[in-house]
Design a protein around this ligand. Structure first.
Ligand code: 3H9
Length: 694
């Protein structure tokens, strides 16, 4: 077994190398090895200074997150950093890749920092419901000041070398080989008798009330419901008030409290769930993804242009096809507006924007697709239209090209049948706006081949999104569950709740917006048309009429008509007297006397119905594992990450309690949506949890 940390000497400089693939996480073996190698280096009389570097792709990307669910083992990371800081020799960190969390904190225990030009550093603990716990909240403000420390630790986003230099975190940038440059730098510092620089010996950081105020407001506005950000601010404030040793004690207390919190457990869980989501155990390892060098998008509407932007931003040349030149020109306008906006907001320089735009080639001719590797169709959601597109694609595209459809409701298998290559047809369900939302459901029809699935998954990862493989059913995983929740929102109002109450309860639970406001945003007419379609063509499955049908028929379609379920004050939903009228008259005609509905019932009905439907989805094999459903709902619908997703949350509530309420709602409403899912009944009978199926 190779040692995860090793010591060597290059002429007169000692070199400590951390070698723990894939990301040099600071597990217990690394922590022990670090202290041992440090000792060796200190005792090595021929070493005038020591350099600390990571092997492989990165400097340590942080603590080993898996250890947070286990008994802590010594030495702790704060002790390791303290050991480095107390070193009797000059210690230089040589940083490449992503020095994150504990990785960045280790560099703060060193005297000097040299970085590769494309290195990044950050404190992403906040994303795991934690605060930096190895001195980051105490050393960084002392080194860089309160504002940069808050920026890095509260936002949790890694920053690049030029900003790190401005902050005084990075002292020098490597010009050629990092290791060689770091050794030379160490030699230079030793020759100049450069002073050691232990940050822990500095006085408290200068307070910056304006920065504290600003970040407190930011947290209230943008991190609603999350506990860690405010704790990070508190820890940084401590760094301005107390001696270093006391600050470290406080940081430790806060860290242990956070590490043991339900939010941190949920956020850890979802960190690994997102990485597991793309893994498809049923696909043999020898099925390899096809190389994708060029792509095409069919349809230049909102979805199509969003997808084209995403592909172009990932460096793929894109052909964008529309049926006529007017539609194409409108699409082109959208793209231009988007990239101009990026430049205006300083997210991109003009040259990059021009280059991205130039990498999207508009066309109206399918012949232009003769040589593309992958196509994503994003035309109007209508089976006949899609069939026609796929017949064309089949005629013009290479036989081995992968053909994706962005349908959200149609049967991917039926679309695939239009082609001579159903094994190369796959669903790629993006969420709107496609260039922002991270989720893509990768839909596998019965004929979809392993190679198409692997290729789609690789592409989704490459464009920076999270792909979740799902099976074919109406609405796939996300929207199928959504429809059940929306129906409960409507039924709750019919029974006596107000739309405001339903939305408030779900907002307070942590959803970004209530179910009814969300519907107004999407447009009430879309689901209305779907209901009417079933009523006309499949009367035995016809959904009963509801008050939302009447709101739509009165011309209130949502935000786009300045009112739907709610009226709008700008973009803020406010109670609508017109909707109240529709609800009242609907109830009267149905002979329903409204009753008082408490918030607990709203919450239970909207959320437990999701759990029940998710269990059906799992039983049918539409989703591979409960954690995939959590990934879908967090990244596609804004389910609060700190609750870990509906499945993780359900386990915390207790499946037995949930099942009891589901039975109660079934008995009292007779609604088939409340028929207990067999999987849920089995799990409760066996005393197991959804998490056991991951
Ligand atoms: C911390 O440091 C606390 C301290 O302040 C205080 C302590 C007292 N641990 O993401 P990828 C695995 S908190 C364990 O696919 P990429 C990952 O699961 C930590 N495992 O690669 C995956 O495994 P598999 C603060 C980890 O290139 C494999 O590595 N640090 C860890 O897309 C590859 O990962 C963070 O929060 C870890 N820390 O992205 C950083 N990190 O192959 C978390 C990764 O079996 N990590 N793995 O599926 C990241 O953000 C990304 O992994 C990184 C690479 C950007 C580094």
């Amino acid at each position: 077994v190779s040692e995860p940390v090793r010591y060597s000497r290059v002429d007169d400089i000692g070199l400590i190398t951390i070698d723990n693939p894939p990301v040099n996480a600071l597990g217990v073996a690394v922590r022990r090895g670090l202290l041992e190698c440090l000792q060796t280096g200190l005792e090595d009389d021929a070493a005038r200074a020591l350099v600390l570097i990571g092997a492989g792709r990165t400097f340590p990307a942080g603590a080993d997150i898996r250890e947070f669910d286990q008994q802590p083992q010594s030495p702790s990371l704060p002790d390791v950093v303290a050991g480095l800081e107390a070193s009797g020799k000059l210690l230089i960190a040589a940083i490449h890749g992503t020095a994150l969390g504990g990785g960045m904190e280790i560099t703060l225990g060193c005297d000097y920092r040299i970085a590769a030009p494309d290195a990044r550093m950050g404190l992403p603990e906040v994303n795991l419901g934690l605060l930096p716990g190895a001195g980051g909240t105490q050393r960084l403000p002392r080194l860089a000041g309160v504002r940069p420390a808050l920026d890095i630790a509260v936002n949790g986003r890694p920053v690049g070398v030029s900003r790190l230099q401005d902050m005084g975190v990075v002292d020098r940038v490597a010009t050629q080989d990092l290791q060689a440059d770091a050794l030379a730098y160490a030699r230079e510092l030793a020759a100049a008798d450069a002073p050691r620089r232990p940050l822990g010996e500095l006085a408290p950081a200068a307070p910056d009330e304006a920065a504290f105020d600003e970040f407190e407001q930011l947290v209230a506005r943008k991190k609603r419901g999350y506990e860690a950000p405010a704790v990070i601010i508190e820890a940084v404030r401590t760094a301005t008030q107390t001696a270093f040793a006391d600050g470290m004690v406080r940081e430790r207390e806060l860290f242990v409290e956070r590490r043991n919190s339900a939010q941190a457990a949920a956020q850890r869980y979802i960190f690994f769930a997102e990485r597991k989501a793309g893994k498809m155990p049923d696909i043999p390892a020898d099925a390899s993804a096809r190389d994708i060098r060029t792509a095409a998008v069919i349809g230049a509407g909102t979805m199509g242009t969003g997808i084209a932007i995403t592909l172009a931003d990932a460096g793929l040349p894109v052909t964008l096809l529309e049926q006529d030149s007017e539609a194409l020109a409108r699409g082109r306008d959208k793209l231009e507006r988007h990239y101009r906006g990026q430049v205006d907001k300083q997210r991109m320089n003009a040259a990059t924007a021009d280059q991205r735009l130039a990498s999207i080639t508009p066309t109206t001719d399918y012949v232009a697709l003769a040589d593309v590797d992958l196509v994503i169709e994003a035309v109007f959601e209508d089976m006949d239209v899609k069939r026609e597109v796929f017949a064309q694609l089949d005629r013009h595209c290479r036989a081995d090209a992968i053909l994706g459809t962005n349908t959200s409701t149609l049967d991917v298998g039926a679309i695939a049948e239009q082609t001579q290559r159903p094994e190369n047809v796959v669903g790629l369900h993006f969420f709107s706006p496609a260039h922002i939302m991270r989720l893509v459901e990768i839909v596998r029809a019965s004929a979809t081949g392993d190679v198409a699935m692997k290729t789609a998954a690789a592409l989704v990862k490459r464009i920076g999104k999270i792909g979740v493989p799902v099976g074919v059913c109406y609405g796939f995983v996300g929207n199928r569950i959504l429809h059940k929740r929306q129906a409960q929102a409507v039924n709750l109002v019919t029974a006596g709740a107000t739309p405001e109450q339903v939305d408030r309860v779900l907002y307070e639970f942590g959803m970004p917006m209530g179910p009814l406001a969300m519907w107004d945003m999407a447009g009430l007419d879309i689901s209305y048309k779907a209901r009417e379609h079933v009523r006309a063509h499949d009367p035995s499955n016809a959904p009963p009429r509801n008050w939302v049908d009447e709101v739509v028929e009165a011309g209130r379609l949502g935000q786009k008509t300045d009112g739907g379920v709610f009226d709008y004050d700008g973009r803020k939903p406010v109670p609508s007297p017109a909707t109240a009228q529709h609800i009242e008259s609907f109830r009267a005609r149905q002979g329903i006397t409204p009753r008082d509905i408490d918030d607990a019932e709203v919450r239970e009905r909207c959320l437990y119905v999701m759990v029940n439907e998710a269990c059906r989805i799992l039983d049918e094999g539409i989703a591979a594992r409960p954690s995939d459903i959590d990934v879908v709902w967090i990244n596609g619908y804004g389910f609060p990450r700190y609750r870990g997703g509906p499945m993780h949350w359900a386990d915390r509530v207790g499946l037995a309690d949930i099942l009891e309420r589901i039975r109660h709602f079934h008995d009292t409403t007779g609604d088939p949506d409340w028929a207990p899912a067999p999987l849920l009944e089995r799990l409760v009978a066996e005393g197991r949890q959804l998490g056991d199926l991951n």
